[in-house]
Design a protein around this ligand. Sequence first.
Ligand code: F0G
Length: 485
Amino acid sequence: MADNGRKFPAIEPYRVKTVERTKITTRDERMKILEEVNFNVFAIKAEDIIIDLLTDSGTGAMSTEQWSMLMRGDESYAGSPSYYRFENAVKDIMGFSEVIPAHQGRGAEDVLFSTIMQPGDVAISNGFFDTTAAHVANNKGTGINIPVLTKEMYFKDGKFKGNMDTSQLIELLNDGSKTVRFVLITVTNNIGGGQPVSMANIREVSAICKKYNKPLYLDACRYAENSYFIKKYEPGYGNKTIKEIAREMFDLVDGCTMSAKKDGIANIGGFLCLRDNELATLCRQDLILKEGFHTYGGMSGREMETIAVGLYEALEESYLESRIGQTAYLGKLLADAGIRIIKPTGGHAVYFDSTSIVPHVPPLQYPGVAVTVAMYLEGGIRGLEMGSVFLAKQADGTEVPPKHELIRLAIPRRVYTKSHIEYIAAVIKYVKDNASTLPGFKITWEGNNPNLRHFTVKLKPLAPINSGKKHSRKTEDNNNMIKSV
Ligand code: F0G
């Protein structure tokens, strides 16, 4: 973990009170499991995973304060006190007058977009997350991403690589042939390597949107992590609290959608915030149809209680320093092992280029699958392929590989320790050192939605993965490594 000039190493600002036991499988068991699931790690049962880095969403560990609040949950259909505690916390932190609960982030997106959008509209973002893009499309609109980050910049260092390109924004707003319905800034920018957005960029986008009279929203899922990066790296913010910085971000926008599964440190839940009372009234009507009455919106009272506490815990600087330090530490260990990572590491995940491990596997033999399968086989680790299986399939049935074959290692909040992080890096280094015999894959079955095929795709290796004797000694080493976790 980063030293930051302190006398002693930084530590996790929590201790363990209850543990969830991990089943330590053997390599042979994992090989069998991989065959059973047709080499699609989405289909592996979670209990057969040693370290699960598929997502940081809803996978965080709740605190004793959050667990204790569960008993306080009031499950009244209308007007639950749990709702008002949740609403007060959101208003106190974010400062919006209208708070509309939803079952998770995508529920909030659905309600907002279907209320404000007309067919043919354009919506602009630094990076629409996939469900967000899907909701824009579902309302017959077109989402346009205008990040400053070009694909060439991915693996080079830089600050605030999550920013929106404001000159492109002005160009789009000046284009009379398009009806731009809204602008949305995603903090941090999940589809762009989890990179943060600067306050200066949010301020500039806000001024442009005001000038052109367009509403500006935040996709605020990881707003606390973004605020931490602003404190650390943007001049003038070093002495402000995370809460003050977060409020300054929210003060620049007209509303936000939020998945409480991220910086709410809750297992489920979300909300929509607005300033416009008339729009909020329309959204609440839609909410009743889709999510539930507007004092629960698909959440139970106990979930709203855990969010009311978790939102504050996610703003604690010692927590953010430890969390973002953990991500940076994993990134450093991987980079030191010669793996090409997106630099600098963002808040919630390390993204790396699978072709830096298997350069001999061409894109349409799915190098990301070769590596995610090997990570599971050798160390029971599950990561997310964000390469050709995820992104190559086009609506016309052809496959066009994306520019980079990325794998995302998303780190759940307060779940894994420093030795887990070191284990992950050791496994991936081992995979890299023994990668020359890893085969590519072919798809044997896929569903008919090109955007969703990665969830259910079936695959087959183009050559046996097990290179027999050559691997047997290493397997022993690997099992020793597992035992030492
Ligand atoms: N926006 C962003 C930036 C997200 O990362 C997500 C979810 C959502 C919206 C949707 O929120 O899941 O509560 O409906 N991201 C998860 C991930 C699933 O793994 O990155 P949700």
